[in-house]
Structures are given as structure tokens and as C-alpha cells.
Design a protein around this ligand. Structure first.
Ligand code: FAD
Ligand code: NAP
Length: 358
């Protein structure tokens, strides 16, 4: 069933009726990468900025919760979603050359992230190669400051455009305003406040490779072969190959990527653990030491294990998977069991990375 909700927006300084096309009881099973059976009570596709003010007014007036949905690759959803689910489908790609080999690229929130990385590379705009093949949309990328192989989105963001539900204004947030941190940002900390509409990236015609991850550098050398000189295209190919060798393809096996964040512990705690577990995988971090959560989980014997219809991916223990017919409750039971065993063995609490909704 579809209904139109009339609201008003400002056009040529006049109030004009604006129709919000809400659909009811929409199946979102194909819109979350876990592949859980999910139904949205109300659903709307956002493909114009003008939809946002009346939508937010409507939700506030009717006291309806609002979930912004991108590609559903970092969400753990319940079977029935109350309120409104707004799928962000804003398009757009604009390049502004700055004259010194640098370019500002503005990309709409609904554009798929993997296609953005590929298009930038095709247009000889470098800087995103290490972030190849991360599922989802451009609008969600700042939310958890996506990162892989030593590069984070924050390294390439100039500012983010959005709609502030508190002030009811369209706004721009500078890189500093976004308060980016490891797998987090002001957007992740305030999920009810900001709707990201576009992201401005600063990319370069001059390659500046980040090969700080040993596995990536080694694989790049193999991809580059005899010619020896590693190019951004080689990095892109190497990242794609490494990811394909370790991660489940969402269309085949449901997951949300890494289920837990890598925990950061104090230097003293790290040293204590390193004495007890000499093969501990850890990297120095601004706040202490970042432990590889996948290694902790594997050491507790979880890799490849199944519990009900969900499990721990056999090639990467940090990834929890839907083996067919699983749901949020089963993933929560599995996640809790893993947290308990890691806490008991290493004294470290693993925090989930995806958002649980509602
Ligand atoms: P969704 O899952 O739809 O939403 C995630 C959050 O963002 C929700 O809170 C949602 O409400 C909010 N949101 C969505 N759109 C907007 C918007 N326009 N404005 C404001 N809020 C919004 N992550 C990494 O960091 N690095 C990786 O290497 C990585 N690899 C992955 C591999 C696999 C196989 C999978 C399944 C996931 C992986 N992820 C990774 C996690 C995920 O892909 C990213 O977090 C991605 O940015 C989520 O995008 P999405 O569009 O699917 O967001
Ligand atoms: P990996 O290369 O086997 O490394 C294992 C862990 O060690 C990772 O967690 C990584 O931290 C850390 N690490 C490795 N080299 C490092 C270095 N030089 N400096 C600092 N930390 C280092 O990891 P992987 O599982 O194959 O994943 C490869 C990359 O893809 C990682 O960056 C990972 O975060 C990313 N990824 C993320 C998701 C997600 O959903 N968030 C899913 C799949 C892959 P970091 O995780 O902090 O990089």
C-alpha cells in the first residue's frame, strides 16, 4: 500500500505542497548484507534534497523513529522496523580541478562506495585505492570513517554536506567538525541528528601510495611483477584480490564485515598479554596498542564454528556470517558467547562494530 503525505517546503519563498511517497510494509531482506528477513513499516527512497525537511517534520510530528539506510552493510536489523526507513539514493559526481594536480570531488550520498573508488581511479584521481571493495554508499562512509589497509576516509575528506535534524538546516561540516576517530565520527555518535547528503573528497593526480600494511606491500610487488614500479592501479588490484581471498561475498554469504572493533589496550596491558601469549598480534596506536580482534577470537577456537544458523567465517574469525535462515537474535547469542570467551581468556571486552537497530 502506498500513501502520499503532504508537507510544505520553501520554493521561490512560497510554501508549496510537497508529496512524500511513503510505502508500507516493504521487504528489506535484499537491502541488508546479513540477508536477514526484515520488513519496514514505512519506507521512502530519498533522491532529492527537498524531501528531507518535510520528511523530518513528518517524523517529528507523528513521533516516528527514522532510520537512514545506505547499503545495509553495517547494520544488524530486527525483523520488523518501526517508524520510517529512508533509503539514501542521492546521486552526483562533480570534479573541480584545483590546478596543482589536486582535485576536489563531490559525490552524492547514494552513490555506491566501490563504484566511487573505481571511477576515481579511471579518471586518474588517486587516494582511494586502499579503500577498494568496501560495500555500501558514499553517505555512510563518514559514519564509521571507513578504513582498510592503513587508509581511513578522514585522510581524503575536505567536508561533508548534510541536513541537521536539530536545527532544521542544510549544513557543511569541515573535516574537523566530523570528529573522525578510529571507526567512528560525530555521525556515529549522533545517529538521530545528521543526514549526510554529499561528501567532498580531496584527491590527487600524483600517486601517493600507502603500503604500510606488510601483506599489501607484498601482494602489490607480486601484482606489479617484473616492471617493479607499483602504481595506484596495482594497489587497487592487490586490495581486491586480498579481500576476495579472505572475505565473504555479500551476495553469497551474509555478513556485516568485521563484527567487532579491534580493541585498544594500555601499553602495560599489552606487555602483560605479550608475555603470556608471545604470538599476540598487535600494533602500536596513539592510545596504547591495537589488538587484532580476529586473532583473539581465533585463539578461543571460534574460527569456522557454527551456532544455530549463524557462524564464524572460516577464513576470517572477525566476520560473523548468516549461514541461511539466521536472524538478529542468533547473531546476538553468538556475539555474546564470543565476547565471554575472549574476556575470560584475555581480559579484553570486544565491542561490536555494526549498529543494532532498533
Ligand atoms: P548502512 O549499513 O546502510 O548504514 C550504516 C550506518 O550509517 C547506519 O547507522 C545508518 O543509519 C547510517 N547512514 C547510512 N547512510 C547515511 C547517511 N546518508 N547519512 C547519515 N547516516 C547514514 N567497513 C570498513 O570500515 N572497512 C572495511 O574494509 C569494510 N569491509 C566490509 C566488508 C564486508 C563484506 C561488509 C559486509 C562490510 C564491510 N565494512 C567495512 C562495513 C561497511 O561496509 C561500512 O561501514 C559501510 O560504510 C556501510 O555503508 P552502508 O551504505 O551499507 O551503510
Ligand atoms: P590483516 O591485514 O590480516 O591485519 C590484521 C589486523 O592487524 C587488522 O585488524 C589491522 O588493523 C592490523 N594491522 C595489520 N597491519 C597493520 C599495520 N601496519 N599498522 C596497523 N595495524 C595493522 O587484516 P584483514 O582482516 O585482512 O583486513 C585487511 C584490512 O581490511 C584491514 O585494514 C581491515 O580493517 C579492513 N577490513 C575491515 C572490515 C570491516 O568491516 N571493518 C572488513 C574487512 C576488512 P585495522 O583493522 O585497524 O586495519
Amino acid at each position: 500500500m502506498r500513501i502520499g503525505v503532504y508537507a510544505h517546503r520553501c520554493k521561490d519563498r512560497k510554501l508549496v505542497p510537497f508529496m512524500l511517497d511513503l510505502q508500507y510494509d516493504v521487504d528489506l531482506t535484499a537491502c541488508n548484507t546479513f540477508g536477514f528477513r526484515v520488513v519496514a513499516e514505512r519506507f521512502i527512497r530519498i533522491d532529492e534534497l527537498g524531501q528531507l525537511p518535510p520528511l523530518c517534520d513528518h517524523c517529528e510530528k507523528e513521533r516516528l523513529p527514522l532510520l537512514l539506510l545506505g547499503g545495509g552493510s553495517n547494520l544488524v536489523l530486527s525483523e520488523r522496523l518501526p517508524g520510517v526507513v529512508a533509503q539514501m539514493a542521492l546521486s552526483g559526481w562533480r570534479v573541480e580541478e584545483l590546478g596543482d594536480g589536486e582535485s576536489d570531488v563531490t559525490v552524492g550520498a547514494g552513490v555506491p562506495w566501490p563504484a566511487t573508488v573505481e571511477r576515481a581511479l579511471d579518471e586518474d584521481l588517486y587516494g582511494l585505492e586502499n579503500l577498494a571493495m568496501i560495500p555500501g554508499t558514499v553517505g555512510a562512509a563518514p559514519v564509521q570513517n571507513i578504513g582498510a589497509y592503513g587508509v581511513e576516509l578522514k585522510d581524503r575528506v575536505r567536508y561533508v554536506e548534510g541536513y541537521d535534524r536539530h536545527t532544521r538546516q542544510f549544513i557543511q561540516l569541515s573535516q574537523a567538525d566530523c570528529a573522525f576517530r578510529y571507526r567512528g565520527s560525530v555521525f556515529k555518535a549522533n545517529p538521530e541528528r545528521y543526514i549526510i547528503t554529499a561528501v567532498h573528497l580531496r584527491l590527487s593526480k600524483t600517486p601517493a601510495l600507502n603500503l604500510s600494511y606488510a601483506a599489501l606491500e607484498e601482494h602489490c610487488r607480486m601484482v606489479a611483477g617484473d616492471k617493479g614500479v607499483i602504481t595506484p592501479r596495482h594497489v587497487f588490484t592487490a586490495v581486491c584480490q586480498l579481500r576476495q581471498s579472505k572475505l565473504p561475498e555479500p551476495a553469497e554469504i551474509g555478513s556485516a564485515g568485521s563484527f567487532f572493533q579491534n580493541p585498544v589496550v594500555s601499553e602495560a596491558h599489552y606487555r602483560e598479554l605479550k608475555v603470556k601469549f608471545p604470538s599476540l598480534v598487535a600494533h602500536p596506536d596513539a592510545h596504547g596498542y591495537k589488538l587484532a580482534a580476529g586473532w583473539l577470537i581465533e585463539q578461543c577456537g571460534w574460527k569456522g564454528k557454527r551456532l544455530e544458523q549463524v557462524g564464524v567465517y572460516e577464513k576470517q574469525a572477525l566476520v560473523l556470517v548468516n549461514l541461511g535462515g539466521g536472524d538478529r537474535a542468533q547473531i546476538e547469542r553468538l556475539a555474546t558467547a564470543i565476547q565471554v570467551s575472549v574476556q575470560e581468556r584475555f581480559g579484553v571486552l570486544l565491542e561490536p562494530e555494526p549498529r543494532f537497530y532498533p
